[in-house]
Design a protein. Structure first.
Ligand code: NAI
Ligand code: MG
Length: 351
């Protein structure tokens, strides 16, 4: 991507910050406290999104928010609520389309030993713009049933498949990974996911001898991820399969509270947790900000601040495994604020 701008009169990187809905503002506050305490050089530009955007501007993605991301090319966002069924289109899908964020990077790494699975270190790369998420959907009414027939078309392009598989291989090279697995359903969705496999295999040839490549059918892959997840290294797949499998691999490392995501494109990159706005625990002060913290770690990697990224991940490891301060979903009792305070202490003493 093109060079990032710096904030006027300083060498800080301006970054759009969207607190979001539900637990969003609570976890975003925790993350900013930690990043500021460690001296991460960001100039935050807070912007509205989601329900707050609807309330203030009549749009979950107000123009000023989009302009801010367009200018900064960098955003950290809390989860945004999308009502199920009618009403607004998914805000997250709109953001991905607006900035052509074609790569959705979702790593899953064991944070706390002693869980159901040890030593998980998987990377899932999901195609973020095509497939069944293009929303070519409609109903055909029959008699008095307006929703008698529902139709959805998926779109995968050879170029889109090449681009995401190339991204997965390049990422594997950068991180010293050994293997990329292309996940598809080309036995049934022969055109839609067949083209993904076909284009993916072409790309894989360019990495022969450096990065191994194999392929799996998505349902078998789901089972194998539960039986023997260690056989996988980097997984690259289409939009819907990636959405589902990324929640599955989050489950291997203790749940959504520990799963970060990055949405990467040519024009911008937006970092967020995999989880949503968690309305069931919003306002209770118990949300786990780790997923968003790890997303901020991916953002630090992305802008080349690798030392800060490593320091952040070390502090998270220390707080979870030495200080034994953990949020409820990771088996502890810490509130969001207690956990953030423990992290602030760790990063401050490391400076
Ligand atoms: P969710 O991810 O918000 O919640 C699923 C379960 O995980 C809930 O029991 C919740 O309490 C728990 N959970 C999630 N994050 C947690 C955290 N940080 N700490 C502790 N527990 C956590 O999924 P749900 O309920 O299906 O979606 C709620 C809303 O979020 C919907 O409107 C959905 O559209 C939106 N959403 C937004 C996303 C985004 O902005 N990227 C991603 C996924 C969903
Ligand atoms: Mg999802």
């Amino acid at each position: 991507m093109t060079a990032l701008p710096t904030a006027h009169g300083s060498n800080k990187l301006p970054c759009t910050l969207i607190p979001g809905d539900g637990i969003g503002p609570e976890i975003v506050e925790a993350v900013i406290q930690v990043l500021d305490a460690m001296g991460a050089p960001f100039a935050w530009e807070t912007q509205l999104g989601g329900m707050a955007g609807i309330a203030e501007a009549g749009d979950p993605l107000p123009g000023v928010t989009l302009d801010s991301i367009r200018k900064n090319k960098l955003a950290l966002k809390g989860p945004l609520t999308t009502p199920v069924g009618g009403g607004f289109r998914s805000v997250n899908v709109r953001l991905r389309e607006e900035f052509q964020l074609y790569a959705n990077l979702r790593p899953a790494k064991t944070l706390v030993p002693g869980g159901r699975f040890e030593n998980i270190d998987l990377i899932l790369v999901r195609e973020n713009l095509e497939g069944l998420y293009v929303a070519f959907e409609h109903y055909i009414p029959v008699g008095d049933d307006a929703h008698a027939v529902a139709i959805s078309s998926g779109v995968n392009t050879r170029e889109g498949a090449r681009r995401i598989v190339r991204y997965a291989f390049e990422h594997a090279v950068k991180l010293g990974r050994k293997k990329v697995t292309i996940v598809h359903k080309a036995n049934v969705l022969k055109a839609l996911t067949g083209v993904f496999l076909e284009a993916g295999k072409e790309v894989a040839k360019q990495y022969e001898g450096r990065i191994a490549c194999d392929d799996r059918i998505v349902d078998a892959c789901a089972m194998q991820l539960v039986l023997n997840p260690w056989q996988y290294d980097v997984i690259v797949t289409t939009n819907l399969f990636g959405d589902i499998l990324s929640d599955l691999i989050a489950g291997l490392v203790g749940g959504l509270g520990a799963a970060p995501g990055a949405n990467i494109g040519e024009k911008a990159a937006i970092f967020e947790a995999v989880h949503g706005s968690a309305p069931d625990i919003a306002g209770k002060g118990i949300a786990n900000p780790t997923a968003l913290l790890l997303a901020a770690g991916l953002m630090l990697d992305h802008v080349g601040l690798t030392q800060h990224a490593t320091a952040l991940r070390t502090a998270i490891d220390d707080v979870l495994n030495r200080d034994n301060v953990r949020a409820g979903d990771l088996g502890g009792k810490a509130s969001t604020k207690d956990y953030a305070a423990a992290l602030v202490q760790r990063v401050s003493s490391a400076r």
